[in-house]
Write a protein of this length. Structure first.
Length: 133
């Protein structure tokens, strides 16, 4: 359900018209935030369930590293895609709205693709069974 909410929100970002009201943008942000909160909480609980006695701190550090690296790489790729249509402009040129919208569509389209891939991976993966103590 959480990945579905994130996919719906990313699709909303990718398809909301530029001249729409702020309420549609805020609704997409709310759905994305709720989906992300539920997804990350469940994923991190699953990761921590593998911790052996005395290794919880190390696993928690690795979990934080993975989360932060994913955020950093995701933002970098989204920024690259956002700026792709703007590469041919001079350094101090005014940004034409169609190119900005096109860049935003590329970046949010990337989010949709990642969310759909995560949904597919979730559906085809085997059910999680925590290790027995």
């Amino acid at each position: 359900a959480a990945l579905t909410a994130m996919t719906v929100a990313a699709s909303g970002f990718a398809t909301v018209p530029v001249d729409s009201s702020y309420s549609s943008f805020i609704a997409c942000l709310a759905v994305l935030g709720i989906g992300r909160a539920f997804y990350i909480t469940a994923a991190l609980a699953m990761i921590m369930s593998y911790a052996q006695v005395g290794q919880a701190g190390m696993l928690s550090g690795a979990k934080a590293l993975i989360l932060n690296m994913g955020l950093m790489v995701g933002v970098a790729i989204a920024a690259l895609l956002y700026n792709l249509p703007l590469n041919d402009l001079p350094a101090h040129a005014e940004l034409p709205l169609p190119l900005v919208v096109q860049g935003f569509a590329y970046a949010t389209g990337f989010g949709v693709v990642i969310a759909v891939l995560a949904l597919i991976a979730t559906v085809i993966s085997r059910p999680f069974t925590p290790p027995s103590a």
